[in-house]
Design a protein around this ligand. Structure first.
Ligand SMILES: Nc1ncnc2c1ncn2[C@@H]1O[C@H](COP(=O)(O)OP(=O)(O)OP(=O)(O)O)[C@@H](O)[C@H]1O
Ligand SMILES: [Mg+2]
Length: 278
């Protein structure tokens, strides 16, 4: 399954969501590929992979080389985490600087399926492919939409929460009119249920889009201070939770909460996958 984490609004938790879903899925034994589509390269850095570092060729070379077929996925994939006893490796298509310039290349008509083509082989090799998009509507974000089975839009629960959601919804509808079967899901992030504003906005969203499974609003990912701490130590949230447990025995409650919440998102994705198989 290919999940595109995207929302053109900045700082809503896209990267935290993409990296955490990848890490919790891996902790469940799944083979995961994380694709960093953002020239800011936050997801790559979170996994301690410098853009334009280890890979022989970057994502932009891959997107560029599709037509000629002379660039393979293997040349561009970095093993961000090696396989361990109970966990397979975690693979990454890291962002590279040239992603900034790929726009013109992709901007031409009909270039919306470039990423889809790049990932066609990867579909067989991974249980889950997660795309981390940047904060803009670009040719690359359109490519992400057209490559994905599910568009997962993190949304912060502030009074401007619904900004941008309407636009994303239009784009999803457009893709579906063109024959795609794209499912849109909204994931409230950083939710603090003690705040009245949070509860009210959650109600507004649920009213507008319905609650999962029949509607599109997932259970929120609660506020967790462990996410920024994990970024600081370049550990994924699953790794951070493990380290805390090894060090203190009790573990870190905020980290465990985040692992649990992102685990619930993975459960929702599993349900969608089961349904499409039926
Ligand atoms: N559930 C959460 N609880 C607490 N903090 C969070 C949560 N999710 C994300 N954050 C924090 O919010 C900030 C923005 O998150 P993130 O970088 O994931 O957003 P983004 O949408 O990827 O941003 P950009 O648009 O720049 O790519 C980060 O400091 C991150 O640690
Ligand atoms: Mg980001």
């Amino acid at each position: 399954m290919i999940v595109s984490v995207q929302n053109q609004k900045g700082g809503v938790g896209k990267t935290a969501t993409a990296v955490s879903l990848a890490s919790v899925a891996r902790a469940r034994g799944q083979r995961v590929l994380l694709v960093d589509l953002d020239p800011q390269a936050s997801a790559s850095r979170w996994l301690d992979v410098e853009p334009d570092g280890e890979a022989v060729l970057g994502l932009s070379d891959l997107l560029d080389g599709v037509a000629s077929g002379d660039v393979t996925l293997d040349q561009a994939v970095v093993e961000a985490r090696a396989a361990e006893e109970d966990r397979p490796e975690l693979d990454l298509l890291a962002a590279d600087e040239a992603l900034l310039f790929i726009e013109r290349e992709l901007g031409g008509d009909g270039a919306t399926d470039r990423l889809r083509t790049v990932l066609a082989d990867a579909r067989e090799r991974y249980d889950l492919i997660v795309l981390d998009g940047g904060p803009a509507i670009t040719a690359l974000s359109a490519n992400a939409l057209y490559a994905a089975d599910v568009v997962l839009a993190p949304v912060t629960l502030s009074s401007i929460a619904l900004d941008g959601i309407a636009r994303l919804r239009q784009l999803v509808e457009l893709a579906n009119e063109q024959g795609h079967a794209l499912r849109a899901l909204y994931l409230p992030t950083g939710a603090d249920a003690r705040l009245r504003e949070t509860r009210e906005l959650l109600d507004v969203m649920r009213e507008a889009f319905g609650s999962f499974p029949d509607g599109d609003v997932l259970e929120p990912v609660r506020y967790s201070s462990a996410l920024s701490r994990a970024y600081g130590t370049r550990e994924t949230i699953a790794e951070y939770a493990d380290t805390a447990r090894a060090e203190t025995g009790r573990g870190d409650r905020a980290a465990d909460r985040a692992v649990e919440d992102y685990g619930a998102v993975l459960d929702a994705l599993d349900r969608i996958q089961e349904r499409t198989r039926d």
